[in-house]
Unconditional design. Structure first.
Length: 200
């Protein structure tokens, strides 16, 4: 049986076969734990482009300022990948037919570091930086999501209100999100360790 290298993908004759039109690359799969949260916002997650769930953007996104703010707030959350300013025009879904300014998250070799890449924190940081730059930005999706009508999509996707509340609280910093996530992450690691087929 193939072992998992530090890149988190089996060695040998394995190739990526997309399970969905919006899951075309291994880089997307690596980003997904963070970029799926974009579905709970008015930001495009790249559906309707060739790089779905690897980009984030909107027509009015101040990308250069956003990236600077992210680097200032929590540079440690940007490790393990490369962020590149990008422009894209979705052919369908959010902002269809509009030129979006955004970020492309490159999570492929040689830019990817499996042990350092933290996609959930990275995307949370983008939300926090945007809220700091533009406190009145209509970030959270306020229209129905899938089968849910009674909760905001971001709360459903993230499993509760904690992330949204952290983003919207001007006094909350990166350390506060780390503290919020620590207990759940420790519990998940313990559960995962007990059933893992490969070392983790």
């Amino acid at each position: 049986m193939d072992a998992f290298p530090p890149a988190g993908w089996p060695l040998g004759e394995r190739v990526w076969v997309n399970p969905s039109p919006n899951a075309p690359t291994l880089g997307m799969a690596r980003c997904y734990a963070g970029t799926v949260m974009l579905e709970g916002t008015h930001l495009s997650e790249g559906r309707g482009t060739t790089r779905p769930l690897e980009v984030l953007g909107a027509p009015d996104l101040p990308v250069a300022e956003l990236l600077e703010a992210m680097q200032r707030l929590a540079p440690q959350w940007l490790r393990g990948c490369r962020l590149r300013e990008a422009w894209f025009e979705p052919t369908f879904h959010k902002h269809a037919g509009k030129l979006c300014a955004g970020l492309h998250i490159h999570a492929e070799e040689p830019l990817y570091a499996h042990g350092e890449f933290k996609p959930w924190r990275l995307v949370a940081l983008a939300f926090k930086a945007l809220r700091g730059l533009r406190p009145d930005y209509a970030l959270w999706r306020d229209f129905p999501y899938e089968y849910e009508r009674d909760r905001l999509a971001i709360d459903l996707i993230n499993g509760g209100e904690a992330l949204r509340q952290w983003v919207d609280d001007p006094a909350a910093g990166p350390g506060d999100l780390e503290a919020l996530a620590a207990a759940d992450e420790a519990a998940w690691q313990a559960e995962r360790r007990a059933i893992a087929l490969y070392p983790c």
